[in-house]
Design a protein around this ligand. Structure first.
Ligand code: PGA
Length: 251
């Protein structure tokens, strides 16, 4: 059976001290009240080792927000999948719309990153999602299909390790959430696309998270949908109480 997951994406927020404090607070809250889902914090590269030292692995898992498409070598400023893995991280967010939009990451690079992540024992949280124009002109199902299909050279075994995060770009950081029906329709569509290629079992075992202005007040309705297996949380993951409020949607 697929896992329910709530993952925080801190983006480029918090200094090291602030990040360690936030992780510590999340860990403390989860010690008091056990989660009914897997909890992950995806943090800036600079914070990985220090955050790893304050979280208890059975309560909170650790992830990075990106990794290089190159294995190693002369790529100044880049951080490889093996470096991420060596910090104790288990997950890595790949293909976030901010990476696609502001850093021009394309399908080919994202496939290379995904393969390196998997080779190094990291589990990718692979983001897909349409922009507002594509939502409005009705091409959103095809756009997201294409983003998922970019991974279809993976073996079924490899694809089975991927967590998909559907994040409509128009809902990220805008306060405008997709309705639970819009999310459910897209998640069902993604699962169908996966099933066509890899079969129903792989599709049924794939966790598909929703992301985009998810908060304690709307998480319960979103997560109640049969194809929504949790959330990738930006803004609301920066306050331990809000993040916990979302985790408790799986009460
Ligand atoms: P948001 O971001 O929750 O702040 O909308 C979600 C994300 O980009 O992962």
């Amino acid at each position: 059976m697929r896992k329910n997951i709530v993952a925080g994406n801190w983006k480029m927020n918090t200094t090291l001290d602030e990040g360690v404090e936030l992780a510590n607070n999340v860990n403390t809250l989860l010690k008091e009240k056990k989660a009914n889902c897997e909890v992950i914090v995806c943090v800036p590269f600079t914070h990985l080792t220090s955050v790893n030292a304050v979280i208890e692995p059975e309560l909170v898992k650790l992830g990075a927000e990106n990794c290089s498409e190159h294995a190693k070598g002369a790529y100044t400023g880049e951080v490889s999948a093996s470096m991420v893995k060596s910090t104790g991280a288990q997950y890595v967010i790949l293909g976030h719309s901010e990476r696609r939009q502001y850093f021009g990451e394309n399908n080919e690079q994202l496939l290379a990153k995904t393969k390196l992540a998997l080779e190094n024992g990291l589990l990718p949280i692979f983001c897909v999602g349409e922009v507002l124009e594509e939502r409005e002109n009705g091409s959103y199902n095809d756009v997201v299909r294409g983003q998922v299909e970019a991974l279809f050279s993976l073996t079924p075994e490899e694809f089975g390790k991927i967590v998909i995060a559907y994040e409509p770009v128009w809902a990220i950081g805008t306060g405008k959430t997709a309705t639970s029906d819009q999310a459910e329709d897209m998640h069902a569509h993604i699962r169908k696309v996966i099933a066509e290629k890899y079969g129903q079992e792989v599709a049924d075992n794939s966790s598909i998270l929703y992301g985009g202005s998810c908060k304690p007040s709307n998480a319960k309705e979103l997560f109640a949908k049969p194809n929504v297996d949790g959330g990738l949380i930006g803004g609301a993951s920066l306050k331990a109480e809000d993040f916990m409020g979302i985790i408790e949607a799986f009460g």
